[in-house]
Design a protein around this ligand. Structure first.
Ligand SMILES: *[C@@H]1O[C@H](CO)[C@@H](O)[C@H](O)[C@H]1NC(C)=O
Ligand SMILES: *[C@@H]1O[C@H](CO)[C@@H](O)[C@H](O)[C@H]1NC(C)=O
Length: 392
């Protein structure tokens, strides 16, 4: 397959011509940690949950348990899909007709951390809740995942100087559990998986500050994330061959964050080094009302570990609509439209990695927030619907 994009375009066109009504996933299931938590932590913690209080939510005028000044990535993706924000599963009175968010702050893949749900527990919760949705809904839904940061941050705290073999051994354990959980979701009917790979963890303000090293990103945590990301992509390429109808999207979040930390201004931020909210040399910890910046949109990071709403918006645009240099083999918009029984795979792992990295620098340096916003993907969605009704 020479050009995966033209291949998808052909499929897509064929699909449009053959179906008079679009059968679209109207459902989003979210798994992960604090980056995706829409409020679950409040239901699991007996202590004060910072994200339930200002200055969290300050940009939208309400603290909801989201770890940002405003909206998070699943909120924007739901918006682009044309569905309401996906509620946290533990908010039992919520309307789950368009999916559920199982993500919780402090979640890990391995171990049994207190007052959170590991990935395995989140997937179990999904199985327990499955009767809320039809089999068709479950099979057409998007399964969005971001998990593993805290596994590696905890690991580097306890292993200051691991050998290459030890590092790879730990990554393999994390990936083996992710594989098992993907297979559980697949086994219960899930087909469309959207993965965001891990951030360069050594660039998080909290991590820099803890290392007393404020300018440079800390090497070991970022290295663990990079090892994880490579193995995760290998896993997804492998699963798409092994499991009938398994479809995926793999977004290179690592590079997106790295670029925004290094060249913040290119991406509209005043700084990608210090957080908007917190204390210490790079505002790495202790986000509270008396330690918040005036204009969160000028910052990539809101607190020591999480993005501002503006950071989340940029990332969401990339997940939804970016090219294979940033996300592959399909972006979320394509994944959504892909007929269920068709698998799009990149020829091999080298091609997959090359496609993701090669031209990203060029593509992302063209990033223009205003233009992206004016092209709000929901409008695109609307236009396609218009075009279809015209054809019919
Ligand atoms: C839904 O799928 C499950 C297997 O995941 C199957 O046991 C069940 O019979 C299906 N229900 C319907 C109504 O098709
Ligand atoms: C840390 O946050 C304060 C607001 O409390 C802000 O004024 C300051 O510029 C931030 N520090 C850095 C290094 O940006």
């Amino acid at each position: 397959m020479a050009n995966p994009k033209s291949h998808i375009f052909l499929l897509f066109t064929t699909f449009l011509l053959h179906f008079s009504t679009l059968s679209l996933a109207q459902t989003l299931f979210v798994f992960g940690d604090g980056l995706y938590d829409a409020g679950n932590k409040q239901f699991l913690s007996s202590n004060r949950v910072d994200a339930s209080f200002p200055p969290y939510g300050v940009t939208v005028g309400e603290a909801t348990g989201r770890w940002s000044d405003g909206r998070i990535i699943p909120d924007y993706l739901a918006n682009f899909m044309g569905i309401p924000q996906i509620p946290p599963i533990l908010q039992s009175t919520a309307d789950f007709s368009h999916g559920a968010n199982f993500a919780v702050a402090d979640s890990t893949v391995l171990g049994s951390p207190p007052e959170t749900m590991t990935l395995t527990q989140q997937v179990r919760k999904f199985l327990e809740s499955k009767n809320k949705w039809t089999n068709q809904t479950v099979s057409e839904a998007i399964y969005l995942m971001y998990i593993g940061s805290d596994d590696y941050l905890n690991y580097v705290k306890n292993n200051l100087n691991p050998s290459d073999e030890q590092k790879q051994g730990f990554v393999n354990q994390v990936i083996a559990t992710i594989e098992a959980e993907i297979k559980v979701v697949y086994g219960s009917g899930g087909r469309k998986f959207a993965f965001q790979n891990l951030a360069p963890l050594g660039c998080l303000p909290a991590v820099k500050q803890a290392n007393g090293n404020v300018q440079e990103c800390v090497i070991l945590p970022s290295e663990m994330a990079a090892l994880h990301n490579k193995k995760l992509l290998e896993l997804l390429v492998g699963l798409s061959r092994q499991l009938n109808g398994f479809q995926y999207s793999f977004y290179d979040f690592f590079s997106s964050i790295q670029r925004r930390v290094i060249k913040s201004k290119t991406y509209t931020f005043q700084t990608g080094i210090a957080a908007c909210c917190g204390t210490g040399s790079v505002n790495g910890t202790g986000c509270a009302s008396n330690s918040v910046c005036v204009k969160p949109a000028d910052y990539l990071f809101f607190d020591g570990k999480h993005l501002t709403q503006e950071g989340n918006l940029q990332v969401s645009h990339l997940i939804w609509g970016a090219d294979t240099e940033v996300i592959g083999p399909s972006n979320l918009r394509e994944l959504l439209f892909l007929p269920k029984d068709i698998a799009v795979t990149l020829a091999d792992i080298n091609e997959a990695i090359a496609a993701l990295r090669l031209k990203q620098n060029k593509i992302e340096s063209l990033y223009d927030t205003k233009k992206m916003e004016s092209e709000m993907e929901y409008q695109w969605f609307y236009q396609v619907n218009q075009a279809i009704s015209f054809l019919i």
